[in-house]
Structure formats: structure tokens, C-alpha cells
Ligand binder design. Structure first.
Ligand code: ZN
Ligand code: ZN
Length: 152
């Protein structure tokens, strides 16, 4: 994967650039990601905050209700509504909605989280890292696997 990566929303108003090495790519099958993506799962790419910037467009933000006290914002295009990223205060990485990248051809998630709420028909790659709920290791194994895959 060659940096920088670029992407944007469906209408083109919002554009962004990633200049820092992404740290992981995984699918989340939690109820919130299903609802947010209006699909079966969400695909998230962890991108270092200081290696990500918006190039243009009016990014709107939605305050996502969470169980913890952490403040989590969902960034989306104010014109077309495409969700771009989730941003939790204090975390070093943003969770980018990987389907907004311009080049989606080689996106290969290394794992799946919250599979206990995955759709019945999902078939998981034998090699993938599988988690019933949230990873209990702070996403370490997912990041390790991703680094091995992308930067071997
Ligand atoms: Zn848009
Ligand atoms: Zn989720």
C-alpha cells in the first residue's frame, strides 16, 4: 500500500488524505456498525491521527452514544451523509471507514470483531483473527497481523 492514500464521500464534497501508515484493517459486526453502515458490518482502518487530514469539504460530526465516558464523534459529509471516520477523544488513531478510500481493490481485513452479533450467513477466512466482542488486547494482535501483511 503506497502512501499517501486518498478518499472521500459519495458526493465528492469531502476529501481526505492519509500520509501516516495505517495500523490495522478489520471488520466490526457489532449492532452499531451494522446500523451505521446500513449493511452487515463496518470495515475500519486505524489511521494515526497525525497522519490524517481533510483536504476539503464541510465535515459534520455526530456525537456517538457510548457505554464509557469517552467522547466519540462520527465524522460525516454534511451534504451526502457518508460516514468518513469515528474519532474517540484521547486515542492516537482514528477509525476510518475504509469503504471511502478511492482504491478499495486491495483492502484485506486481517480480522473480525464482535462476531457474536454477525449475520448468520457470514463465512470467515480461516486465517483471520476472530473476536467474540471487542479485542481484549487493545487491538495489538490485529495491528501486528496487519503490519506483517502490509509491510512484510
Ligand atoms: Zn458528500
Ligand atoms: Zn462496531
Amino acid at each position: 500500500m503506497k502512501l499517501p492514500l486518498r478518499g472521500g464521500c459519495q458526493c465528492g464534497a469531502v476529501r481526505y488524505e492519509i500520509s501516516g501508515k495505517p495500523m490495522a484493517l478489520y471488520c466490526c459486526h457489532c449492532a452499531t456498525c451494522q446500523q451505521q453502515s446500513s449493511s452487515a458490518f463496518g470495515m475500519s482502518m486505524l489511521v494515526p491521527r497525525d497522519g490524517f487530514k481533510y483536504l476539503k469539504g464541510a465535515v459534520a460530526a455526530f456525537s456517538i452514544p457510548t457505554d464509557s465516558k469517552s467522547k466519540k464523534l462520527g465524522h460525516f459529509c454534511g451534504d451526502c451523509g457518508t460516514r468518513i471516520a469515528n474519532d474517540t477523544a484521547g486515542k492516537p488513531a482514528l477509525s476510518l471507514k475504509a469503504g471511502t478510500l478511492d482504491d478499495r481493490a486491495k483492502l484485506k481485513p486481517v480480522g473480525h470483531i464482535w462476531v457474536k452479533s454477525a449475520q448468520d450467513w457470514m463465512i470467515f477466512d480461516e486465517d483471520a483473527l476472530i473476536y467474540d466482542g471487542a479485542p481484549d488486547d487493545g487491538y495489538f494482535a490485529l495491528m501486528q497481523r496487519y503490519a506483517d501483511q502490509e509491510y512484510a
